[in-house]
Design a protein around this ligand. Sequence first.
Ligand SMILES: Cc1cc2nc3c(=O)[nH]c(=O)nc-3n(C[C@H](O)[C@H](O)[C@H](O)COP(=O)(O)O)c2cc1C
Length: 213
Amino acid sequence: MKKLFSILLTLCLIIGLTACSGGTSEEPAEPENEAAASEEQAEEIKEEGDNTDMSEKGTLVVYFSATGTTKGVAEKIAAVTGANTYEIKAAQKYTDADLDWHDSNSRTTHEQNDASARPEIGSEPVSLDGYSTIYIGYPIWWGEEPRIMDTFVEAYDFDGITMIPFCTSGGSGIGRSGKNLEENAGSGTWLEGERLGSNASEDELKSWIEGLK
Ligand SMILES: Cc1cc2nc3c(=O)[nH]c(=O)nc-3n(C[C@H](O)[C@H](O)[C@H](O)COP(=O)(O)O)c2cc1C
């Protein structure tokens, strides 16, 4: 009986060990999974790499310009920074009559007197993917940003983006306009804005940009 028991025990041990070694034989599956995982990672890294490549277009110059002055400065900034540009166009274009600041009934007078006015944008929306710096330019109207700039900043998420306001004007400084935009945007890291002369040279723009760093 004792002998039979020991034979049975030996048999059990042999079966148990075989089962164990069977488990071990499945192990090679793991490296395959690892390989698959590392292929996935490589793909992810490649994708990240592609995003990094996009940093070449990591700077965007956004501007609104009713009569072309700000547009000219925006294009120079884009030239010295290698940036892309995006023009905010009003859905309803501003006519000369609209821009008449001597007229207390003109469209711009009404808009600038109403901090909640949000003129509609007519240009196609822009994707901010891949941009880490945005120069944002506009003319000064009645000492502030045109209300359409508020329409723009309220429509986008600037998280992770450095925002640099600039303006052109007949002489007024940038005033509170940069702060207004920052408050209305509610996202992004906003730097102190700057009034730029309509004839600002590329060297002047370069030294301003250098000073921002
Ligand atoms: C409705 C309106 C209001 C303006 N208010 C001011 C102002 O308060 N201070 C100033 O210096 N210039 C003022 N300007 C002049 C513009 O800021 C200036 O001409 C600007 O460079 C125009 O830019 P743009 O050609 O890109 O539209 C005003 C112009 C308009 C049309």
